[in-house]
Ligand binder design. Structure first.
Ligand code: GLC
Length: 722
């Protein structure tokens, strides 16, 4: 089919434009180089006002990506749609989650990538209906298709990321352990939670404030009865090393006299219905108005609202309910009530009964409601919400980000969102939305990480321990172990569920979590350094093994991940499992972490192994020729300047690592200002020489202790003073 325009960004990145797509601003790269006439990796056909992309899947083809989505690392054999959805109980067959990230890589005889820049719903059938067919249906003729033809999966990820711009960088304290719960009712309970961490010697950097801190769930309000002397309380917590992170919801309560609502209404910042009247639907605060985040003036106004809280010492937020979630609209509610009333006193059949039940259940997030309101991205241009649904959360987060730039341009604020689309990674991180205290969701957490990373969501993670349902201590322990590796490490639980802080469980479980949270703090320099490198190179922090090793066995691994350049992770994700099979694509150094500071490790040979992993232990694998730098465990990230850096080395011929560091709080990284510590171990005339050199800026450590594991099993320790 003919395209209205084609562009080449590089020899391996091409854009094929059909019609006049809505400008999602997902892509920030520019070019005026004309591209090839047609994509080479898939065919495109027009059918019933839709575009159908198709491609034969060969037996060995694997499909990676799809961002935040269900399924394993290889997405083949499944169906997906792109529709930001509020669905806490996502069971295995669910086709869309909270984010919409239509980027995939097909890898086999040929390798290529595809990104579809379209803000509404699309349907991906990846060998589900027909095992040998990839078919994508885009219900529009106005769309940009991006094809990536580099014959290497990692190169495709980098090419994609170059197109969509650099990810958000959180403050370094955002790498600390974080505790949340929906239903910390007041400041006193939060004080107890903070004490729970400090008294039990469990590191923690933040405690979250869910909707309970607001007056009637009104954004940017604080209930002064439950949170008296808010500003000085925020300072008190800060003195204890804790930052408080309030939630901000998308829906604005409709209430006369509520300034945010009244101003938004007066200035026309809210979404409107077909007749041009205010669109209303209920969320936590009851009936709400919904800011039209696609409108620049609304974003500017909304971004400014965060100042109410930053002026009181708040340094981070989480944006929620921004798919947007709609519990019901007045129209939807009366329709459901009518359906139910009509059935009164009738002997209804069982199918009618099911229909009745559905009329209540389907009231939330109904397509009819989404179709009933409009955005005005430019004066006089009206766009139905359904066409641009996936951009809502992104633009809420963008509003916050742009607000922070005004509030304090040189400071990094913590910000992550529930809903997102491609491009949102420039403004904040994401958490993977509501999940459950289910082992299946722990495994899913691991398997989502690479796909989310490909789209630039480096700052991401799941609710550790699971949000809905009661968690067992064992589940929270294993989930905490996985969480050690993810940049956003936050334990969160829903109202009405069992308490889920590490100290809410028996003392043995708590002590295991203490060790692994301390391990996390020891690993922050590594994770942060890898994060900053990935921001720069466009790499993912988490790659499936198949992205690094091209042997056939590595391609089959679904439950292990590479974490940055040095590490591999193989979490335990099954109840009562006291071990698991692990595949090593090369000889690796295995550290089974029981105590965060007992760094005894051993070289394990390439191949398949069964590892005994009692609940107390989690495995950390260090790749050949690589290093893992470990700082001192502190009670919070900025508690004190550490002096000693311990470096575990899996020595090949040599080993080296560049540790990137910076002030962790300013935006200097954007100007290319950072510190660098070059660590190396080499064999010179049969002798091991360890060096550590600050090649840029300065680093806090003064003593570098190398623990060098050699392939013959011997361990050598060397110390270098800076
Ligand atoms: C939503 C959020 C969850 C939060 C709850 C109450 O379900 O996803 O994280 O705790 O709302 O605000």
């Amino acid at each position: 089919m003919p395209f209205s325009n084609t562009l080449s960004y590089t020899d391996s990145v091409h854009c094929f434009r059909s019609g006049q797509p809505f400008n999602t601003e997902a892509v920030v790269a520019t070019t005026d180089r004309t591209g090839p006439g047609q994509p080479v990796s898939f065919s495109v056909e027009e059918r019933d006002n839709a575009l159908i992309l198709s491609r034969e899947l060969k037996p060995a083809d694997q499909v990676f990506g799809m961002g935040q989505s269900m399924g394993g690392l290889n997405k083949r054999g499944r169906r997906f749609s792109t529709w930001c959805s509020d669905d806490p109980s996502h069971t295995p067959e669910k086709e869309s989650l909270y984010g919409s990230h239509p980027f995939l890589i097909v890898d086999g005889e040929d390798t290529f990538g595809l990104f579809i820049d379209y803000p509404g719903e699309m349907f991906f059938d990846i060998g589900y209906t027909q095992p040998d067919l990839l078919e994508i249906r885009i219900p529009s003729l106005d769309v940009d298709l991006y094809e990536f033809t580099a014959n290497d999966k990692k190169a495709i990820v980098r090419d994609f990321r170059k197109l969509i711009g650099k990810p958000y960088v959180p403050p370094r304290w955002g790498f600390g352990y974080q505790q949340c719960r929906w239903s910390y009712p007041d400041a006193q309970r939060i004080d107890e939670i903070v004490a729970g961490f400090r008294d039990n010697d469990i590191p923690c950097d933040t405690v979250y404030m869910d909707i309970d801190y607001m007056v009637d769930f009104k954004d940017f309000s604080i209930d002064e009865h439950k949170f008296p002397r808010f500003e000085s309380w925020v300072q008190d917590k800060r003195a204890q090393g804790i930052r408080l992170i309030p939630i901000i919801d998308a829906g604005v309560r409709i209430e006369e006299g509520y300034d945010v609502y009244e101003e938004g209404l007066e200035k026309g910042y809210f979404c409107k219905d077909e007749q041009g009247e205010l669109f209303r639907a209920a969320v936590w605060p009851g009936l709400c108005a919904f800011p039209d985040f696609l409108k620049p003036e609304t974003r500017q106004w909304w971004g400014h609202q965060y100042k109410t809280l930053t002026d009181l010492g708040i340094e981070g937020f989480w944006n929620d309910m921004n798919e947007p979630a709609l519990f019901y609209s007045p129209a939807g509610l009366s329709k459901a009530i009518d359906t139910v009333s009509a059935a009164r006193d009738k002997n209804i059949g069982i199918y009618e009964f099911f229909g009745l039940k559905d009329s209540i259940l389907n009231m939330a997030n109904s397509r009819e409601d989404y179709r009933s309101f409009y955005h005005e991205p430019e004066p006089g241009v009206r766009v139905n919400h359904e066409q641009v649904h996936n951009l809502y959360g992104t633009n809420m987060t963008r509003a916050a980000y742009e607000g922070f730039e005004q509030i304090d341009p040189d400071k990094r604020f913590l910000m992550f969102s529930r809903a997102s689309s491609v491009g949102a990674h420039r403004y904040g991180g994401i958490w993977f939305g509501d999940n459950h205290s289910w082992w299946e969701h722990l495994k899913l957490n691991m398997q989502i990480l690479p796909g989310a990373n490909f789209c630039g969501f480096l700052y991401s993670g799941s609710d550790i321990g699971g949000f809905g349902a009661n968690a067992s201590a064992e589940l929270v322990v294993r989930w905490t172990q996985l969480g050690v590796f993810s940049p956003l490490m936050r334990n969160h639980a829903a109202m009405g569920t069992r308490d889920q802080e590490p100290f809410a469980f028996d003392s043995h479980s708590m002590s295991i979590m203490r060790e692994h949270i301390k391990l996390r703090y020891r690993m922050i320099p590594y994770l942060y350094s890898e994060y900053m490198k990935a921001v720069d190179t466009g790499d993912a922090l988490f790659y499936p093994l198949a992205f690094e090793y091209d042997d056939d066995r590595s391609r089959k691994v679904e439950d292990q991940l590479l974490v940055g350049s040095s590490l591999m992770n193989a979490p335990v994700y099954e109840q009562n499992a006291r071990g698991r099979y692990v595949f090593l694509p090369e000889d690796m150094l295995l550290w089974k972490v029981r105590h965060h500071d007992a760094t005894d490790a051993q070289i394990l040979k390439k191949g398949d192994h069964f590892l005994e992993l009692p609940l107390e232990e989690m495995p950390v694998f260090i790749r050949k020729g690589c290093m893992l730098p470990l700082t001192e465990a502190t009670s919070w990230v900025d508690e004190r300047q550490p002096e000693i850096l311990e470096v575990l080395v899996n020595l090949d011929q040599g080993a080296c690592y560049e540790l990137i560091y910076d002030d962790g709080i300013s935006q200097d990284w954007q100007k290319g200002i950072y510190d660098s510590l070059l660590l190396a171990v080499n064999r010179v005339d049969g002798e091991l020489i360890a060096t550590a050199e600050v090649t840029r800026g300065q680093v806090p450590w003064s003593t570098i202790n190398f623990k060098i594991y050699q392939q013959n099993g011997s361990v050598v320790e060397k110390s270098v003073l800076l």
